[in-house]
Design a protein around this ligand. Structure first.
Ligand code: MG
Length: 255
């Protein structure tokens, strides 16, 4: 499997990314207090199937996972960072809900995530979401053909350090397209000018995850998937899929 996608493959990913952005936006707007995370997952899955596309996260079982992921959408609430399994949990006013979704269009995968506050929350929680998203955009801005993966990593880390958030060091961005996770790995910390070269035809998912209280320890829940902050502090997560094309860097997961 080549890390480099053809212009034809990028064209398919562009359409898939557009569809995924629409589905994730509609899912974000659908979330209301009193709803279970299972209902939110069912809504997102139906939108994808209605497009005639499929859900690459459902039944995904990477190496090391004890069981396949059972749903279309990862829903992670408050101290849950990523990979939350939809179920009976009821969304409450003030919850920070992170939704992470993949979409397979004509055999090719795009990946996109965001965090949203349901109702109202303290200013420091609003800031966490704002600056985690800002870090995503700084990372994207730092991505240039001929540059290095470390340029993206350093740009993300700079925002994290400035705001004294915790960085999730065990998880990061990745190549995407033929599968859910491909090389190269894109850490959310690092040094400019280091790591693999960024080349035309690469497609990467960039995804900072920050923790409000500045701690960095994480753990996995007994369900084998959900990753939570060890301290119990709130986390935020934003992700886009980007492509390196002859026109430069393009964000694919946009409407
Ligand atoms: Mg991802």
């Amino acid at each position: 499997m080549s890390l480099i996608k053809t212009p034809g493959e990028i064209e398919i990913l562009r359409e898939g990314g557009k569809r995924l952005a629409k589905v994730l936006r509609m899912t974000r707007d659908y979330i209301k207090p009193g709803m279970t995370t299972r209902e939110i997952d069912a809504y997102a899955e139906k939108l994808i199937l209605d497009f005639g596309d499929t859900t690459p996260f459902k039944n995904y079982q990477p190496r090391g996972a004890r069981k396949p992921f059972p749903a279309a959408l990862c829903i992670s609430v408050n101290d849950e960072i990523v990979h939350g399994i939809p179920g009976d949990r009821v969304i409450k006013d003030g919850d920070v809900v992170s939704i992470d979704l993949g979409l397979t269009h004509r055999g090719l995968v795009t990946d996109h995530a965001l965090s949203v506050i349901v109702g109202d929350a303290p200013q420091r929680v609003k800031d966490l979401l704002r600056y985690t998203e800002e870090a995503l955009w700084k990372g994207i801005d730092a991505a240039k053909i001929g540059g290095h993966i470390g340029d993206i990593s350093a740009a993300i880390e700079e925002v994290q350090v400035k705001h004294k958030y915790g960085n999730v060091r065990e998880l990061g961005g990745h190549g995407v397209g033929h599968g859910v996770h491909e090389d190269p790995y894109v850490p959310n910390y690092g040094r400019k000018g280091t790591g693999p070269r960024l080349q035309q035809g690469m497609v990467l998912a960039i995804e900072p995850m920050f923790i409000l209280d500045g701690t960095e320890d994480i753990r996995q829940m007994p369900d084998g998937w959900t990753i939570v902050t060890h301290s119990g502090a709130t986390a935020a997560h934003f992700e886009h899929t980007i492509a390196f094309t002859d026109k430069g860097v393009e964000v694919l997961t946009m409407e």
